[in-house]
Write a protein that binds this ligand. Structure first.
Ligand SMILES: [Zn+2]
Length: 177
């Protein structure tokens, strides 16, 4: 059996242990020690320190997990956003706003104005006005629905994200205790 010479990591007392030993209690100060084998040399480590390090690693892992959860939520939200997009008259996709609903309202007003004017001057042209009104109401309702769905989705996403961040902070505080 080969013996190796070590020093207690706590009090510095010399220790002699078998090479295969993994744990030892210091004969001088009774500290529980783990024997680590570095490259070519061995050294002792207090078991409490190891415990601390494990806690630190768990904390780090938890933080990474939370980070991933937040990232996954963000990605999911980005995919969800596509469903809320409305196409404007230039063919561009954008998020529904009260502005796009207001635009539909303006178009409807224009349609009414057109219908009234054409009805007085040249009735067949009033049909276009009615089409405008129909188009505006249909578009406005659709945009309004999407805007509402978007607002709901946004609230869901924000509360879930806030929840995740709260949890991350709670975990951190627990470790710091
Ligand atoms: Zn010692």
């Amino acid at each position: 059996m080969q013996l190796i010479s070590l020093n207690c990591n706590h009090c510095g007392a010399p220790l002699e242990v078998a090479e295969s030993t993994k744990f030892v209690t210091c004969t001088h100060c009774s500290t529980r020690l783990a024997i680590r084998h570095g490259d070519g040399s061995a050294f002792t480590e207090q078991l409490d320190q190891i415990g601390e390090r494990q806690e630190e690693m768990l904390d780090r892992l938890e933080r990474i997990e939370h980070h991933h959860a937040v990232e996954a939520l963000d990605r999911e939200w980005e995919r969800e956003l596509v469903d809320y997009m409305v196409t404007d008259k230039h063919g561009r996709q954008h998020l529904p706003s009260t502005m796009s609903v207001t635009m539909s309202f303006v178009v409807a007003i224009f349609g009414i104005f057109w219908t009234v004017m054409a009805g007085a001057m040249f009735p067949p042209m009033a049909v276009f006005g009615l089409l405008f009104i129909g188009f505006a109401i249909f578009g406005g309702l659709k945009t309004h629905q999407k805007a509402q769905a978007y607002q709901e989705g946004l609230r869901r996403y924000q509360s879930r994200k806030a929840q995740l961040l709260r949890e991350a902070n709670d975990d951190r505080r627990e470790v710091e205790k």
